[in-house]
Write a protein that binds this ligand. Structure first.
Ligand code: COA
Length: 268
């Protein structure tokens, strides 16, 4: 059963399907360009998914079949991103969604069809996993618009593709086709257009059926590991591992193995 929840704008949709929460960017007439209002609504949806115990995996996608997201809504820049104050306010407001996505305690999957550009690419990079159709393309046309990104916001691309490929993508502003994105490690999986939804659904279910505390321990452990050593939260890393070994799910996992049945994990 799918439960749809209204958000502050019909350009961001929230759907819950069992253990999977779907956040859909729904501005297809602008190739799913993201306005500040949409970013606020997307932050609200993330908060709702994170607070809902029934949701174990979050999938982000774009409506309309042509685009995941074509970045920030450029048509709004004149009004909302022109002066120094506007630029700061814009960054601060947009930051909430980015931080909720990046810090999400639940695994996030970007399900990408078509254009994945600028801020849309950033949304995908802030997810844990990216699955894209073979006709998708990726780019950061900042240099074509006169935009600059703070070092922190370039981090994910550098981590995935390395500094040289990141420079190539940013210096040229070119569009990287999905096969190249796969080779560079920017996307985890490339699938045929007709297979995308089914692939992601099965993938999300695979994660959703696993022990949530183990998935969280992996997520936190890896995200802390890629930080500079002096910025790592070692106490958090120890806690998430201790939580696994103290959990009912650990008992359930080993019993199910011995009894040759599928485990039923609760996240406790
Ligand atoms: N902001 C606002 N409007 C956008 C947009 C954006 N980021 N991206 C696309 N649109 C609008 C176009 O202006 C156009 O509007 P119109 O129908 O009123 O003319 C509509 O979406 C369709 O775009 P179009 O360029 O005709 O589609 P396309 O399929 O040929 O190309 C893109 C798609 C995504 C490659 C192209 O629209 C593009 O390069 N967009 C800008 C991407 C960008 O620079 N993003 C970074 C922002 S920080």
């Amino acid at each position: 059963m799918t439960i749809e929840t209204a958000t502050a704008t019909d350009k961001i949709l929230s759907k819950k399907n069992g253990s999977v929460g779907h956040l859909i960017i729904n501005n297809p007439e602008k190739r799913n360009a993201i306005s500040l209002d949409m970013s606020v609504a997307a932050g609200d949806v993330m908060e709702d998914f994170l607070a809902d115990d029934a949701i174990r995996v979050i999938v982000l996608s774009g409506a309309g079949g042509k685009s995941f997201a074509a970045g920030a809504d450029i048509s709004k820049f004149e009004k909302s991103r022109a002066t120094k104050e506007d630029v700061e306010n814009y960054a601060k407001t947009g930051e909430r969604f980015r931080l909720l996505l990046k810090g999400s305690a639940k695994p996030t999957i970007a399900m990408i069809r078509g254009y994945c550009i600028g801020g849309g690419f950033a949304v995908a990079l802030n997810c844990d996993i990216r699955v894209a159709t073979e006709d998708s393309s990726f780019g950061i046309p900042a240099a074509k618009l006169g935009i600059g990104y703070a070092s922190e916001r370039l981090g994910q691309l550098v981590e995935l593709a390395g500094p040289s490929a990141a420079k190539d993508i940013l210096f040229t502003g070119r569009r990287v086709p999905a096969p190249e994105a796969l080779r560079l490690g920017i996307i985890n999986y490339m699938v045929a257009g007709g297979d995308l939804e089914e692939f992601v659904e099965n993938y999300a279910l695979t994660i959703g059926n696993n022990a949530p505390l183990s998935v969280l321990a992996a997520k936190r452990g890896i995200d802390e590991y890629v930080k500079d050593a002096d910025k790592r939260d070692y106490a958090l890393c120890e806690k998430v591992v201790a939580d696994c070994f103290a959990s009912q799910d650990y008992i359930e996992g080993r019993r199910a193995f011995m009894e040759k049945r599928k485990p039923a994990f609760t996240g406790r």
